[in-house]
Design a protein around this ligand. Structure first.
Ligand code: NAD
Length: 353
């Protein structure tokens, strides 16, 4: 078959290197800005303050209220702060939650964003924003949401706890695995996805023993960039739909849920498109799903939905919600198939494919 594809490159600036975050002031200036509002979670407030100190005259203030799932009331509080300090850009330091807050502000104001990621979630390179209001999570995609500059500085990630490093890394790998069979995949997305999986597969086992290993931190962050980029570039399928359902309707923790579901959803789809998932099978084992299960187990990831707190009695409802709106997946499925898949993930059974 002759090649046929569409490829659109992301317009963001990506800066990568140990110590690269020291350049954040220069990037504020290069964006034509003078007054950055530095964002963080409460947990990383001290890091946010330290970054503001380093920004010196380019720092207008800090806001350290970022929270999971980007609640709209937090965004509104941050926007009041941005107005009060006359901010002309935002600098988000942290994981997907802080990045989400910066995106939510940019979506409403078009203020330029600089993101300094400290997890492997990958949100910093997507034009996608998920936000919550009155308990309902909605997702929007808009060019204004994509951060203008991303600074990856491995030195800032050495304190990411091992358990979070593992689950966040598997969260990133889920973007890449689904990108391999995306309907709108292209040769570049497949290259990036495969390289992202390779880099994280190499880094995570090292980080479990040596969390301060800078080279492995750099590899993991490099993998996260590649995996996040394909998340922003091509469509996701069953895996992301199920994780979205479990996060949105059952308040399950984001990265941990991705980590538990990954071997099951990929194993399920491997039965239909083994040739597209071959990079996963080659990297992790004979079967893409069983290989991912063994890898996740070897790095100490959670393996069951049960240990994440989901009740067995919730599985019927979860299967119902996940199959409510038909959407594309490489393997057709019905409610019974997803119910069985969720049971396997609840128990942590090793997938066959
Ligand atoms: P997170 O940002 O919620 O971080 C979890 C906790 O870890 C926070 O308290 C944070 O401050 C802390 N933390 C982060 N980095 C740390 C570090 N280096 N050292 C110590 N503590 C650190 O978790 P996450 O998994 O990165 O992000 C999850 C959120 O991101 C979810 O809301 C999810 O929906 C969203 N997300 C969005 C996209 C997208 O493209 N829109 C992609 C992936 C994730």
């Amino acid at each position: 078959m002759t090649r046929q594809f569409t490829y659109s490159g992301s317009p963001a600036h990506i800066v990568f290197g140990n110590g690269a975050s020291a350049e954040v002031g220069a990037w504020v200036e290069r964006l034509g800005c003078k007054r950055a509002l530095v964002l963080s979670t409460p947990h990383q407030a001290a890091d946010g303050e330290a970054l503001a100190d380093r920004l010196g005259r380019f720092a207008a203030g800090t806001f350290s209220g970022a929270a999971m799932h980007t609640p709209v009331d937090v965004t509104e509080a941050a926007m009041r702060k941005a107005t009060e300090v006359n901010a002309d850009c935002v600098v988000a330091l942290g994981g997907g939650s802080t990045t989400g807050l910066g995106k939510a502000i940019a979506y409403r104001t078009d203020l330029p964003q600089i993101v300094i990621p400290t997890t492997y979630a990958g949100s910093e390179v997507t034009p996608i924003l998920g936000q919550t209001e009155n308990g309902v999570k909605t997702t929007v995609r808009d060019a204004k949401i994509l951060p203008e500059v991303v600074i990856y500085d491995p030195g800032l990630t050495t304190g990411l706890p091992v358990a979070m490093s593992v689950t966040s890394g598997l969260n990133a790998m889920a973007h890449a695995a689904e990108a391999l069979y995306a309907q709108d995949r292209n040769p570049v997305s497949t290259l990036m996805a495969t390289e992202g999986l390779r880099a994280l597969k190499a880094a995570l086992p090292i980080l479990t023993g040596e969390p301060r290993n800078l080279e492995a931190r750099g590899d993991a962050l490099y993998g996260a960039w590649l995996c996040g980029t394909v998340l922003g570039a091509v469509g996701m399928a069953l895996h992301h739909k199920i994780c979205h359902t479990l996060g949105g309707s059952f308040d399950m923790p984001h990265a941990e849920t991705h980590a538990v579901m990954l071997p099951h959803t990929i194993g399920f789809n491997a039965a239909a498109v083994p040739e597209l998932l071959e990079p996963v099978a080659v990297l992790f084992g004979d079967g893409a799903g069983s290989g991912l299960h063994d890898f996740a187990s070897s790095v100490g990831a959670p393996l069951t939905l049960r240990e994440l707190g989901l009740k067995q009695g919730d599985l019927d409802r979860a299967a119902g919600i996940a199959t409510q709106n038909p959407y594309w997946n490489p393997r057709p499925f019905d409610r019974a198939a997803i119910r069985a898949l969720l049971q396997d993930a609840w128990e942590g059974r090793r997938p066959q494919d």
